[in-house]
Design a protein around this ligand. Sequence first.
Ligand code: NI
Length: 185
Amino acid sequence: MAILPITVLGQPILRQETTRVPAVTDELRRLADDMIETMRAAEGVGLAAPQVGRSEALCVVEVGEQLFTLFNPEIIERKGKIKWEEGCLSIPDVYGWVERSQWVKVRAMDRDGATIEVEGTELLAVCLQHEIDHLHGKLFLDHLSFLKRRAALATWEEERTKYPDGLRILTPGTGPAERAPDAAD
Ligand code: NI
């Protein structure tokens, strides 16, 4: 397994629609494993393929003991509303409160190519929605009001100078945390 460089805001791939995966290959399973290792190194709770420079509809999500590898995930049901403070491994040190569905049901293909359904509430629901957004070129910033987005982008203008190549390179266990939203300081 390998820790992959993470694309940061400004890289066009983060704004592009991904491509559905017709079948899960060994290469894609290796990619998913590398994404899991990268997510853990960054202390994140989710990671989507465009964040490692890939265009497949693939994301990984890890909340508590639950780890999911999801190909072609789609939200098929949603209920309720919740507000959560989100960050993104591709926009380090920028956070914002986003309103999302409180509960979602997602249909996807797992790493064996089987169709699965995942239900999540609260942090898991937020994370599933955030990662699925990535697969459609959408970022949490897009959910913020005009003024809050402008403030977040002003913060990012300073932060982005740390990533002159548009890439965030992690080493094991040293990544600044994508704040777990329940660990607000
Ligand atoms: Ni993100």
